[in-house]
Design a protein around this ligand. Sequence first.
Ligand code: FMN
Length: 615
Amino acid sequence: MSPSLPHLLGTALPIVQAPMAGVQGSELALAVCAAGGLGSLPAAALSPDALRAELGLMATQSQGCPWNVNFFAHVPPVPDAAREAAWRASLAPCYAEHGIDPARIATGPGRSPFSDEVAELVAPFRPPVVSFHFGLPSPALLARVRSWGAKVLSSATTVEEALWLQAQGVDAIIAQGLEAGGHRGFFLTRDLSTQMGTFALLPQIVQAVSVPVIAAGGIVDAPSVAAAFALGAAGVQAGTAYLLCPEATTSAVHRAALQSEAARHTALTTLFTGGPARGIVNRAMRELGALDNQAPAFPLATSAIAPLRAAAERAGRGDFTPLWSGQNASACRAVSAAEVTRSLAQGVPVPARITAIAQALATAHRTGTAWQPTGGWPELGTADAYAIQAAVAAELGWFPDGPRAWKVGGTADITAAPLPEVRPSPAASPVTWVLPAGQDEVLIEAELAFRLASAPVAPTATDALACLGTVCVSVELIGTRLANGLSAPANWKLADQGVHAGLLIGEEQAAAPVAAFTEADWQAQACHIHVQGADGAVAVHEARGSHPAILAGLHPLGTLPWLARHATAQTMAHSGGLNTGDLVTTGAWLVVKVRRGDVVDVGFEGLPGVRVHIA
Ligand SMILES: Cc1cc2nc3c(=O)[nH]c(=O)nc-3n(C[C@H](O)[C@H](O)[C@H](O)COP(=O)(O)O)c2cc1C
């Protein structure tokens, strides 16, 4: 069985944002990466300097998330002067209409393929994934790409192309169906009658190859993602769905066309580059013949039409603009790339095993009866654990608008869980916490919790601290829905909502003084848990600077940027990751076991405390 796409590429989601030359750069790609997908930087239309700058942004701002850079791998044609002249002659009336002097139009290659020079430029940036369109570069160049440790993807438009790509050792194949926007990636044939729709092509390629297959073409929303997976896809690549995102650089005329009735009629055309590509039918395609024309071979046709495009666009018209679009632009919305990625992610099927575990845990939540997985503790990956958290939350209807509270723990291996409920329990009006029947004691953790005054924009440490609104004392009660769950392997505990049973908080105060703490302030911060037993005896637990991060010489809020990324990448965070008003607990300062009948006071020096009766 081929590996899953997240396993192969290291992404949270099996979703690739299609590289789209001319309509996007690093901004869109980085936004998709931050949302858990594979963001792609299209390199085909970039100058060396622009490519270097964009690669720099991808490498420095992807926050450890995998990303893709995409190149064309076509064989440049030999320029044919007679054909070029004939083509320009046929465009003469259009040039005249726009006052363009044909003699002054430059000829040029249009798009350059991946080469030794480009490889030299890219090498220092070590892209985690490199994808190609129009086949692959030479074996020597491909070996060079592999030497960077990059995973290699390429598009196939026929079963023969898929088999050829597999034989060259690609890590995954993009099955590009005929409904796809932009250029047909075909390279073993020029015969358009060989080209198939995504749902005819995909299952045939899946059947023929053993590497993961990524479906592309007409994948625009959750149902189409689900359909692709039903036909054997390991992932999806969506382009058109991202064209209206604010992070894309799609031109105004292109955006207007995508949002108009015109977007319902697309066609393949060679007019704009010489290679068949799908775009919204416009004046040039209607009047000059979308395919039935003498345009020079790909990519040489690019230069002749460029001045017409520029002149029409200056007048606000897309008459000569390549309005690349797939056949289904109906789901195209002017929303953030994170939102598009999340809505696509809703269609990714949850594996049956994950669903079964989540349902068992949800039943244990409802009934209060612990669940014992059969066969000990089967292997569970971290991604599985988070998928189970999300599925349990969905099953129990916890977060209709996304989670509003989070626990986060660990220093090196950070983990998190969204919390269903937060209960105020200030010292003046404490709540009574009722232990489940048959349970006489419970572990409690003293923590600081922070409420966000704004959502972190860039997930950096400085940004996260600037987002803090209030701080309060919090008490997490530990509990498990698993039989012997507290001694379960770490990922089983993580799946069980991080063995969370409840969160109690004290009165909130402005976080600014705490956000400004120096290392010495953190080390001096005192925390206590006082436990008064049923017999009146009081056990005192006290410590200073006892948070694990402080003990390790780290910042106790250093986990917040990680949480911001994690919350965005988790598909259950429908509301877009961390938000204004969210409460985040930040790890235990003291852990104490308390018993039924105890009265517990938890405090941090300088903050109002929490009191709880255990019953
Ligand atoms: C505007 C646009 C530009 C594109 N440019 C590229 C490109 O530079 N490289 C590439 O591999 N594919 C490119 N494609 C094709 C996509 O990789 C993908 O096959 C296609 O977007 C999938 O179909 P969809 O648009 O229906 O989602 C482009 C597609 C569009 C819509």
